[in-house]
Write a protein that binds this ligand. Structure first.
Ligand code: AMP
Length: 262
C-alpha cells in the first residue's frame, strides 16, 4: 500500500491557532517551494475565519522534509452509509470497526469517550486517542492532547482528479478532502487497524470509519446537530506497536499520490 520513493523537495507547513481559552484550529500541508507562500497565506485566512476576534496566538512553522523519509500512498476509496438516527449510525460504526478486528469492548470504550468528551475534563482532545484493539486500553502518552496526525498532503498531480472523484461520490467538501488525506495516511501506517472520527464542529454531523480494508466509510448522523463534542480513535494492533505507530503518524511524511481504485 505504501512505497518509499525518490522525491521532490518539499516543505512541511503547519499552522496552529489558539484563543485564550485554548485550541481553535490547525492545518497541515506538504508543498514545494513555489507553493509555500500560498499555503501559509491560506492558513492565515483559515485561522482568521475560524477564530475571528478570539484569535490570540497563531503559529505557522515551515520545516524542510527529508526526501529520503517521504512515503507515498494511495487515496482510500470513499463510500457513504445513510442511516436515519444517531443510534443507527453508532450501530453501523460499531459493526464496521469490529469487522476490522477490533474487540467490541474497545469500540464501545472509544465511542463513550468520543461522545462524552475524550479529554480528562470532558472536553475535546486536540489529537487522537490511540486505542489497543484487543482491550480498549488508551495508549496515547498525553490523554488531553492525544496524538496529532501530521506531515501529510495530496500530491498536486492528482488534486483535480480527487476533487472530481469526491464530486462524483456526492461527498465534495474541503473538510472531507482534508479528513480523507489524514485517513489515507493513517490507514497506510503498519499496525493501524481502523480509525473512527466524529468532527467537533457542532454543525457537521457526518463521521467516518477509515481503514485499509474498507476504505473511507462516511456515516451520516453520527451526532446530533449542535453537539460540540467530537474526537478520533485510532485502533492499533497491540500495545507493542503503539510507539512505532505514533512516531509514523506524527513524524513520517506521506504524500497521497495514487487513486488505485478509480
Ligand atoms: P475535526 O474532524 O477536525 O473536527 O476533528 C475531530 C477530532 O479529531 C478533534 O476533536 C480532535 O480530537 C481530532 N483531531 C483533529 N485533528 C487531528 C489530527 N491532525 N490528528 C489527530 N486527531 C485530530
Amino acid at each position: 500500500m505504501e512505497d518509499r520513493i525518490d522525491s521532490p523537495v518539499l516543505f512541511s507547513v503547519r499552522m496552529h491557532a489558539s484563543a485564550e481559552e485554548g485550541h481553535l484550529c490547525g492545518a497541515e500541508r506538504l508543498v514545494g517551494a513555489d507553493r509555500l507562500a500560498a499555503a501559509a497565506s491560506a492558513m492565515l485566512d483559515r485561522a482568521m475565519d475560524r477564530g475571528g476576534a478570539r484569535l490570540a496566538h497563531l503559529n505557522i512553522r515551515v520545516t524542510a522534509v527529508d526526501p529520503t523519509r517521504l512515503r507515498r500512498t494511495g487515496l482510500l476509496p470513499v463510500r457513504t452509509v445513510h442511516v436515519p438516527t444517531v443510534d443507527d449510525a453508532w450501530q453501523a460504526a460499531m459493526q464496521l470497526v469490529t469487522g476490522l478486528g477490533v474487540a467490541g469492548t474497545a469500540v464501545r470504550r472509544a465511542a463513550e469517550a468520543i461522545r462524552g468528551g475524550a479529554a480528562r475534563e470532558g472536553g475535546n482532545m486536540r489529537g487522537a486517542m490511540i486505542v489497543e484493539a484487543a482491550t480498549g486500553a488508551r495508549l496515547e502518552p498525553d490523554p488531553d492532547r492525544g496524538v496529532r496526525v501530521t506531515q501529510m498532503d495530496l500530491d498536486e498531480r492528482i488534486r483535480e482528479a480527487v476533487q472530481g472523484y469526491l464530486v462524483a461520490c456526492g461527498a465534495w467538501h474541503p473538510r472531507v478532502l482534508e479528513a480523507l488525506i489524514l485517513a489515507s495516511k493513517t490507514a497506510a501506517v503498519d499496525g493501524v487497524l481502523a480509525e473512527l472520527c466524529v468532527s467537533d464542529d457542532p454543525d457537521y454531523t457526518t463521521g467516518y470509519v477509515g481503514s485499509r480494508n474498507l476504505g473511507y466509510v462516511r456515516i451520516l448522523n453520527l451526532k446530533a446537530p449542535g453537539d460540540p463534542r467530537g474526537g478520533r480513535a485510532i485502533f492499533v494492533n497491540g500495545a507493542r506497536c503503539a510507539g512505532r505507530v505514533i512516531e509514523a503518524l506524527e513524524r513520517t511524511p506521506y504524500l497521497v499520490s495514487r487513486m488505485d481504485h478509480v
